[in-house]
Ligand binder design. Structure first.
Ligand code: FES
Length: 138
């Protein structure tokens, strides 16, 4: 299996690892098949994501995609984060082997899950904004 330099870099030197104690939104998502789990913490000020951190118990691609996802949403608006697709994460990493694409779905869903939690905490129903959170199936 061939990994790009960027994947290897984000795997061996992941950005934004850890937790945010006073996070405004926290999301956890797992993949039942591989058993990998990703937890995402967001700090939100107004409509801007001022900080993002993650903890991933999973494969190398899951670590690399969560690292890249946090980099892509930090400093961006919630609207931009909601538009973040797993393909965008894969492209930013210069590709992933086909059997590892599902790991990037986990990263996309972890962001959405944390945003869902953010809206729930504000007393706002997240479903019309964020949509249903689905556990990736493969
Ligand atoms: Fe499960 Fe990568 S193998 S997220």
């Amino acid at each position: 299996m061939q990994y790009s330099e960027k994947v290897l870099d984000h795997f061996s030197n992941p950005r934004n690892v850890g937790e945010i104690e006073d996070a405004d939104g926290v999301g956890e998502i797992g993949n039942a098949k591989c058993g990998d789990i990703m937890k995402m913490y967001l700090k939100i000020d107004g409509s801007i994501i001022t900080d993002a951190k993650f903890k991933t118990f999973g494969c190398g691609a899951a670590v690399a995609t969560s690292s890249m996802a946090t980099e892509l949403i930090k400093g961006k608006s919630i609207d931009d984060a909601l538009k973040l697709t797993n393909q965008a994460v894969v492209e930013a990493l210069d590709g992933l082997p086909p059997v590892k694409i599902h790991c990037s779905v986990l990263a996309e869903q972890a962001v959405r899950c944390a945003l869902s939690d953010y809206y729930t905490r504000q007393g706002i129903d997240p479903v019309p904004i964020v949509g249903e959170i689905k556990e990736p199936e493969e």
